[in-house]
Design a protein. Structure first.
Length: 223
């Protein structure tokens, strides 16, 4: 995995230079890229999104917001009211962080109420606070939308593949012999228990919001 991570990081650096040139936004998104790559990889390997990355990134995002504010509602509402641009940028970053984290937290609470089990960790919520502080409300919304959609598609494909290739078939057969259900139902239930790293998909989506979404007019160009 190490060479792949290094190569992907290098590609992101090239994309950042291509998108922004030698500007302050370049440095902002180089830092963002590095943080997101760390979160993507650690969630794949260890199913963890470290606080040391999320909270550090959140603080860095607020600092950058004073010079490179995310797109947000406060910029539209306050730009003609003699409010300092630095303050507007920080307000937009905080709004993005609150929107992204609370939206994901609400989804987690709803999932637990319906399914009676945890659907995601609080690391995902903290990650979205960081992403929202970097990208603002619109960027946070698109990150969650794209990330959950991508995770759903990959999840269904992966669970189906695990079912087809007899994942934990021996466990299902033991349960079947104990008359706990049909063999097909038990095999599918065991395959569906596989937990995908949501943070990985959110990270991929966040990078897509920065580098791909502007080409489709989903977010304003950042040059």
């Amino acid at each position: 995995m190490y060479p792949a991570v290094e190569f992907a990081t290098g590609v992101l650096f090239v994309l950042t230079y291509y998108a922004f040139g030698l500007t302050i936004p370049t440095f902002k998104f180089l830092v963002f890229d590095c943080l997101v790559v760390v979160l993507i990889v650690t969630d794949v390997i260890a199913r963890i999104l470290p606080d040391a990355v999320n909270w550090f990134g959140f603080g860095i995002a607020l600092a950058f917001a004073t010079r490179v504010p995310p797109d947000g509602f406060f910029e539209v509402w306050l730009r003609d009211r003699a409010v300092p641009a630095m303050l507007i940028g920080v307000l937009d970053a905080l709004a993005g962080a609150a929107f992204g984290s609370l939206l994901l937290l609400g989804a987690a609470v709803l999932y637990k109420l319906v399914r009676k089990r945890e659907g995601m960790g609080m690391g995902d919520v903290k990650m979205m606070a960081m992403v929202g502080a970097f990208l603002g409300i619109r960027g946070a919304f698109l990150t969650i939308l794209i990330g959950t959609l991508l995770g759903s598609v990959v999840g269904v494909a992966l669970v189906s593949a695990l079912y087809v290739f007899n994942h934990r078939r021996n466990v299902a057969e033991r349960a079947y012999r104990r008359k706990l259900g049909s063999l097909a139902t038990l095999r599918w239930t065991l395959a569906a228990e596989y937990q995908l790293p949501l943070g990985t998909f959110l990270g991929i989506a966040a990078l897509a919001v920065v580098y791909v979404a502007p080409w489709f007019g989903l977010v304003a160009g950042r040059q």
